[in-house]
Design a protein around this ligand. Structure first.
Ligand SMILES: [Zn+2]
Length: 142
């Protein structure tokens, strides 16, 4: 098992993905919605791994919502970086993290597949995230 660590520029938001996959075998997607394109987002996930998200100062995180409003997009109020997103499905939290905020800006993960998800219903999105996002925990400090 390896642990892939990422953090926002100022360090307030942290994410780690524990996985037994090699970087080249990782699930890596570039969602083509306006929000993800504006961050040049490459989403990293392993449905068989586990993800820990941590917010040190809870007053300095923006849980941004848009579209269907089912996902918390975690943005640091201090530095403006986008660390990743979480959604609860059937009582379990699932997450993705931003490959660009890992070591070496995530060059080891290569190019992400471009994806369009606009046609999906709320239920289809939840089912997809449950299938390919990573079981996650989110800890928020004071
Ligand atoms: Zn920050």
């Amino acid at each position: 098992m390896t642990k892939i660590n990422g953090h926002c520029h100022c360090g307030n938001l942290q994410a780690s993905l524990t996985t037994d996959k090699k970087p080249e075998d990782m699930w890596l997607r570039a969602c083509q919605c306006d929000f993800c394109r504006s961050h040049n987002m490459r989403s990293l996930s392993d449905s068989e791994g586990r993800m820990e998200m941590q917010v040190k100062d809870g007053s300095q995180v923006n849980r941004y919502h848009f579209g269907l409003g089912t996902v918390d997009f975690l943005i640091c109020k201090g530095c403006g970086n986008y660390i990743g997103a979480v959604q609860e499905v059937d009582g379990q939290l699932y997450g993705i993290m931003n490959a660009n905020l890992t070591e070496n800006r995530g060059v080891q993960f290569g190019e992400a597949d471009h994806r369009f998800y606009e046609e999906e219903s709320k239920e289809e999105r939840a089912a997809r995230r449950k299938a390919v996002w990573t079981p996650a925990t989110l800890t928020v400090g004071d």
